[in-house]
Design a protein around this ligand. Sequence first.
Ligand code: UD1
Length: 417
Amino acid sequence: MDKLVIEGGVPLSGTVTISGAKNAALPILTAALLTGEALIVENVPHLRDVSTMLNLLMQMGVTTSLDEKGGVELRAEKITDPVAPYELVKTMRASVLVLGPLVARLGEARVSLPGGCAIGLRPVDQHLKGLQAMGATIAMEEGYMIARAGRLKGARICMDLVTVTGTENLMMAATLADGVTVIENAAREPEVPDLAACLTAMGAKISGAGTDVITVEGVERLHGARHSVMPDRIETGTFLVAVAATGGDVRLTGVRPDTLDAVLGKLREMGVSIETGSDWIQVRANGAKKAVNVRTAPYPAFPTDMQAQFMALNSVAQGASRVVETIFENRFMHVQELQRLGANIEVEGNTAVIKGVAGLNGATVMATDLRASASLVVAGLIARGKTTIERIYHLDRGYERIEEKLSKLGARIRRVN
Ligand code: UD1
């Protein structure tokens, strides 16, 4: 199994190009199920979760190939097997994103229940409630959710809580429904309007994506289209935190600064210099950082996917800080590992109190989930001596060539197996 070995203490400098967003690419790839024509998706990041999604779609009968511009071409002419098996769903919960498109196009889907997840329960009741409101019947058999419907019917759906993939599933299902669907309390995460842009290019009629009320007027059929995936705001944030943590001067290109207000605000509050253009960010960090409080919440508030990385940064900032996680229970598994590197963190319930220390010291640590792994990379870049991060397959789910990108910025980081 691969490990990362980092020798910390090197300030980062240079330019890094950010990849397409994992969380936008995954729903956009499943949108291919909504039409028999070709959907060409550009700027797809090379990640394990993307390969898992492509495997899942291919198992269902979708053909995939690369076009001359490096775009992924998907064609769901015949869906032979509308099933998302347990083996895939358990490794990637976002597999549930096939549910809405399959029910809408075929009137049938079998998706394994995700089961327990390392960062909390993560149920899918809101996805199911929405599909039922559109006329689908849902049954549970041997650990699988079985959804059936004739043509879905437009409905007014008020989500009990803000769910990103739930909003995406229902928005996709509604594109082919008979009549108008209104999704209230919809997620406003930027990946939702990116998916809506792709669906619109396919012929869907959607308004309000990016706000908390999305209206979809169903159409008879969708057609092929070409769409380029938005830049990954979490990869962007992770690199910003890495520069803030090590000091240095880095330009990030191919980014969308407008999707990062909360993260950029917190970095500025810490004393980090941030300049932005339409598609670039220049980050400069010299001297001490001031500890900042963080509270995760749905977009546009501070993202839960950046919480762990900020915890690593706060652990060497001046003063004490409080990090409150309101989205997922049990998303503090990086704390124990950061403590092994010398961080002073106490957890009570969903709150972590961090007292800044002068520095961290290298050790062997274990990655437990995707964003926890990213926080350990940040900590390893800060720590004196050698940090070995085990089980980095979690990191490969969501970061494209992170060690190569960091090496180019001067970090001493290598992958070993
Ligand atoms: C998405 C992101 C993930 C991010 C998360 C929160 C993708 C592929 N993944 O995950 O990186 O951390 O948003 O920003 O886009 N919930 C329910 N019932 C439901 C659905 C969700 O109770 O039917 C709860 C979950 O348990 C969780 C909260 O709602 O506590 C938010 O989850 P959700 O937004 O659905 O997360 P994902 O879409 O799975």
